[in-house]
Design a protein around this ligand. Structure first.
Ligand code: NAD
Length: 242
């Protein structure tokens, strides 16, 4: 893939660079995406499981789906795209990751500033008393319960729920102020997360998309690299180093 001089100059001279990521960045780690040509939405409908009403109706079924996804995620590793972004911290002054992913792979790769818009599958909390639980939850008849008797749920933003205010506010500020805004492996159709792309564009950011195919926002970005994130980002990193 030919990386343009403009991309490298912009990144090298930037005061801050944001990497906005979606499920596609983790596809090469073996975690299925939702949409796109290999998306699991072709097979089942996460919006029917990932919502609070479904959880109250049938917590056991919702937990089965999350335990299945958690197993895949915990067995996977950050790939060369996550690692390249983390390594860029050594060469660019202010690297900020904003992710829609719940898989924790950016932090595991070593990225220091990571705003999680949709939660994190490694965390859980009680819907009654809000006690946080990490991995130490115990299942009885397929359902984990809190000491207070309340149901424990994954700390994930479900359909119809608000994003964590602190994470979204910090993301809006970073997007509005950055010089370069990368959009990696996202179909850019999930709102309000996707609105950050327009916030960055309304600011001073140069927009660079990395995706295997064109998306809803391809026509508004400054440059698009159509290829696997795990190949394109290491190439950009190499050019920045030299
Ligand atoms: P999406 O599934 O809607 O879109 C994925 C995008 O990634 C597509 O545009 C696809 O073309 C692209 N893509 C696939 N493989 C790629 C690769 N190797 N390199 C570059 N691009 C690639 O994902 P989304 O936009 O993030 O929205 C889905 C929602 O589902 C998010 O809110 C997220 O929370 C959740 N989700 C998370 C994970 C995860 O944590 N890994 C996985 C699936 C879904």
């Amino acid at each position: 893939m030919k990386i343009s001089d403009e991309t490298i100059d912009r990144v090298k001279s930037a005061g801050s660079v944001v990497f906005f990521s979606g499920a596609g960045i983790s596809a090469e780690s073996g975690i299925p995406i939702f949409r796109g040509k290999d998306g699991i939405w072709n097979k089942l409908k996460p919006e029917e499981l990932a919502n609070f009403d479904a959880f109250l109706r049938n917590p056991q079924m919702v937990w089965e789906w999350y335990e299945h996804r958690k197993k895949i995620i915990l067995e996977s590793k950050p790939n060369s795209a996550h690692l390249a972004i983390a390594e860029m911290q050594n060469f660019i002054s202010n690297v900020i990751v904003i992710t829609q992913n719940i898989d924790n792979l950016h932090k595991r790769a070593g990225s220091k500033i990571v705003y999680e818009l949709h939660g994190n599958i490694e965390r859980n909390y009680c819907i009654k008393c809000h006690t946080m639980y990490n991995r130490e939850i115990e299942f009885i008849d397929g359902i984990p319960k809190c000491k207070c008797g309340g149901l424990i749920r994954p700390d994930i933003v479900w359909f119809g729920e608000f994003l964590p205010q602190d994470q979204f506010n910090a993301s809006e500020k970073a997007s509005g102020e950055c010089d370069v805004f990368f959009i990696i492996g996202t179909s850019a159709v999930v709102y309000p997360a996707a609105s950050l792309i327009y916030t960055a564009k309304a600011g001073k950011a140069y927009l660079i998309e990395v995706n295997i195919e064109s998306t809803e926002i391809s026509h508004i970005v400054n440059e698009s690299y159509f290829g696997q994130a795990g190949e394109v980002l290491p190439e950009i990193l190499e050019k920045i180093k030299n």
